[in-house]
Design a protein around this ligand. Structure first.
Ligand code: S3P
Length: 442
């Protein structure tokens, strides 16, 4: 089947309600916590994407039974020390930075060395950010000379608690340290720049020995050795990062309205909502609820009329870190110059995303000034491509968010687009194109 999608028509005038798949961060975390629990955990609406399947395969390799059927996924945990470590074990995280980095925290007590490998994109991403703190616990690592995968972890049976300042605002690092802290004798103390807090909320919900103090610019987390984890049934809410593409599509289209059902709106993930509201988009949370320590709601969006440029305050960055590519499309149509700074972490994602933003915006005819950690976007409220303007996107590291952002640009601004690497969406949002087709139906 062709791996290319062609788009030559804008999408307008839709009034629909959609559901996007389960949240990726919560799905991967559920798999890992359930794999350490005592007894059977069940999840409904677990994201069935390549990243989550990689997580399920990883725990299977560690001797944990997993059953997946249409209605639910079941994991048969054997307790916090229930992994069966074998000689010559290789875990493949494929494209998933979250899986690769989080699972290392749990493998810090392995009696045999374990290999961690990933795909081409993951093998270009920094792992030193986790191997550095995990080494302080007493684990050892062998990485490539660039600090990339493949790596080998040598565990320790006597992990020492650590004090660590996580200064990148990376939830993956913070979570990996929390996991190693759960296996160490004593209290691990993490001072962490703000980032998504699903791991901490799950620890709290499971009544694990964790304490969290929220300060203005950082959180202080203390975690003690965990003896048991009770099984965890979870109905996973939809992913705000997947919703983001449809929020932007609706905002940019004419005369449209969309409701996205049952979305996780954890405040550490809603940066996109704050940013787009500041730019003049009308977005509402309907029927908000708290579920197992996490917030969720339906999200309603309405086509925007007069978009305003934004000098984006950097404290909003971590809550929107996966959404910037698509947020930049809104800036492209806003009146004035938008400025997004302190975003060096964007170049640490599945592909160097600031560079991709510059490329896509250039193809749209939008002027940018890009550095290695910032972008200025000179918006054009009349942005509209002539129908025979040909644009080709070839996404060599197969970054799912580059593919989906390009498709939203095509549907919002017109032109004749040929977008390669459709398969990249399988990592996070396999039915993305089906939902787009559904919006097109009258
Ligand atoms: C994630 C954290 C973020 C995010 C990624 C998912 C997580 O990465 O970009 O898609 O689930 O913890 P960083 O922790 O590197 O910022």
């Amino acid at each position: 089947m062709s791996n290319i999608v062609k788009v030559s028509e804008k999408i307008e005038n839709f009034k629909k309600s959609i559901t996007v798949p389960g949240d990726k961060s919560l799905s991967i975390r559920w798999v890992l916590f359930a794999s350490l629990a005592n007894g059977t955990s069940k999840a409904k609406n677990l994201l069935m994407s390549e990243d989550v399947l990689a997580a399920l395969n990883a725990v299977k390799k560690l001797g944990i039974k997993v059953i997946i059927n249409v209605k639910e996924c079941r994991i048969f945990g054997k307790g916090i020390n229930g992994y069966k470590y074998k000689k010559k074990l290789t875990i493949n995280a494929h494209n998933s930075g979250t899986l690769g980095r989080l699972i290392l925290g749990l493998l810090t007590n392995t009696p045999y060395p374990i290999n961690l490998v990933g795909d081409k994109s993951l093998s270009k991403r920094d792992f030193r950010r986790v191997t550095k703190p995990l080494s302080k616990f007493g684990a050892r690592f062998k990485l490539t000379k660039n600090n990339f995968l493949p790596l080998k972890i040598f565990g320790s049976s006597e992990l020492k608690p650590i004090k660590y300042y996580e200064n990148k605002g990376s939830a993956q690092c913070k979570s990996s340290i929390i996991f190693a802290g759960m296996r160490s004798n004593g209290t691990t103390i993490i001072k962490a720049k703000k980032s998504r807090n699903h791991t901490e909320l799950l620890c709290k919900y499971l009544r694990l020995p964790i304490s969290i103090k929220n300060h203005k610019n950082f959180d202080e987390i203390k975690i003690n050795k965990v003896k048991t984890i009770k099984s965890l049934n979870y109905d996973i809410p939809s992913d705000i990062s997947s919703s983001a593409f449809f929020i932007v599509l609706t905002a940019l289209s004419t005369n449209s309205e969309l409701i996205i059902k049952n979305v996780n709106i954890n405040p550490s993930r809603t940066g996109i909502i704050t940013i787009l509201k500041k730019m003049g988009v009308k977005i509402f949370f309907i029927n908000p609820k708290v579920y197992k320590g996490e917030k969720k709601a339906d999200i309603k969006v309405i086509s925007a009329k007069n978009l305003k440029a934004l000098n984006c305050p950097p404290h909003l960055n971590s809550g929107a870190i996966d959404e910037f590519l698509v947020i930049f499309l809104v800036a492209a149509k806003a009146k004035g110059v938008s400025y997004f700074k302190d975003l060096g972490e964007l170049n640490q994602k599945e592909s160097p995303r600031l560079k991709w933003a510059e490329k896509i915006l250039k193809k749209l005819g939008v002027r940018t000034i890009t550095t290695n950690n910032s972008i200025k976007i000179f918006g054009n409220p009349n942005l509209n491509l002539v129908s025979d303007k040909k644009i080709i996107i070839k996404n060599y590291l197969k970054d799912h968010r580059v593919f989906m952002t390009s498709l939203i640009a095509a549907l919002s601004f017109g032109g004749k687009w040929i977008i390669h690497d459709k398969d990249s969406i399988n990592t996070s949002f396999p039915n993305f194109l089906k939902i787009i087709d559904n919006l097109k139906k009258k």
